[in-house]
Design a protein around this ligand. Structure first.
Ligand SMILES: Nc1ncnc2c1ncn2[C@@H]1O[C@H](COP(=O)(O)OP(=O)(O)OP(=O)(O)O)[C@@H](O)[C@H]1O
Length: 323
């Protein structure tokens, strides 16, 4: 896709702190620490990183489920906050949760769950019209008409996630945040849901922000991939480029940990020692330096910036620093 295409979604220097009130400021968690991303229409941007690095927070901010502490959000060139058409724009942005069991109301039938967004947004005409749309949606996501009368507990995990996806599609969105959409499912069911997501993307011209910690799943789904570490993007590139020639030591370690049978290059396994540092600690220099095999003096003194080393390939690391 040419880089001149106008982005559908743009995150500009987004920051999110939790617990930043006067009493708790000392322990404030910097979950997202200055992230800028553009997402192009029709693409899938994968967002990977360890648990706690801030992926879901970025996704929730992009879907307007969470207010950023700082930064701007543009959707099709328009700022979302305070915009007159914000409600209509927000309908075009939806979120699919990891665990469909906890995100579906157990006392509502599937039909009622799918009809609700139409009722709230006064769409789909009268009750008959709405029920017809629900029926069409069930068929689109591979369920039968009679599933409309079922309750979440009567469905399998895969069927429930199909309902989660259907609910997100009821308002004809253009941009969907998929937050670990297959992590709660058996491996055998994961492929079915991933293929369904790909088919729906083609059919409905959808754009995805695809959040996962599973590098194989991200490789299968994404056009471009952003790697997060402690609230920041450390590398961003086309999927092929990132998996075959990762440049950041953290990405190199993640890619090297992919099981040999599905690895994309023959790399020695790089074992990372230690865990992700706490997001409430303020660290000088590079956030990854405490676990990096290549850390040197400059890494402790100076925070690297995200630099474009090749067209579309961005890296935050002094090893590749242009300055
Ligand atoms: N509501 C909250 N209040 C305080 N801290 C939070 C809250 N939500 C998330 N955090 C913290 O913010 C940081 C980022 O969390 P986030 O859930 O965005 O990461 P993640 O990469 O999606 O992890 P996971 O894959 O485990 O969901 C973590 O340190 C987390 O503990």
């Amino acid at each position: 896709m040419p880089s001149s295409v106008e982005p559908i979604m743009e995150l500009i220097d987004i920051r999110k702190q939790y617990g930043s009130g006067v009493l708790s400021r000392k322990h404030a968690v910097r979950a997202v620490d200055g992230i800028s991303l553009t997402i192009k229409p029709g693409e899938t941007l994968g967002l990977v990183g360890e648990s706690g690095c801030g992926k879901s927070t970025v996704g929730q901010i992009a879907a307007r489920l969470l207010e950023p502490s700082d930064g701007n959000l543009h959707y099709k060139g328009q700022t979302l906050a305070g915009h007159k058409g914000a409600k209509r724009l927000r309908q075009q942005i939806q979120y699919v949760f990891q665990d469909p069991y906890t995100s579906l109301n157990p006392s509502h039938t599937i039909g009622k769950t799918l009809e609700q967004p139409l009722i709230i947004n006064r769409l789909g005409g009268d009750s008959k019209g709405r029920k017809r749309l629900v029926k069409e949606m069930l068929s689109k996501i591979g369920l039968d008409d009679w599933h409309a009368d079922s309750y979440p507990h009567q469905l399998s995990g895969g069927q429930r996630q199909r309902v989660g996806i259907a609910r997100a599609l009821m308002l004809n969105p253009e941009f969907i945040v998929l937050d670990e959409p297959v992590s709660a499912l058996d491996v055998s069911v994961q492929a079915q849901i991933l293929n369904l997501l790909k088919e729906l993307q083609q059919e409905l011209s959808l754009t995805y922000l695809f959040i996962s910690h599973d590098l194989n799943v991200v490789h299968y789904m994404s056009d471009r991939v952003a790697v997060m570490y402690l609230g920041q993007i450390v590398e961003l590139a086309d999927v092929q480029q990132l998996y075959e020639r990762p440049l950041h030591p953290y990405t190199q370690a993640l890619v090297s940990a992919i099981p040999a049978e599905s690895r994309h290059t023959k790399r020695e396994r790089i074992v990372l020692h230690g865990e992700l540092p706490s997001a409430s600690e303020r660290m000088s220099g590079c956030a990854f330096r405490t676990r990096c095999h290549h850390a040197h003096e400059r890494c402790a003194a100076e925070q690297p910036s995200l630099a474009e080393l090749e067209p579309g390939h961005w890296v935050r690391c002094h090893l590749h620093s242009l300055a």
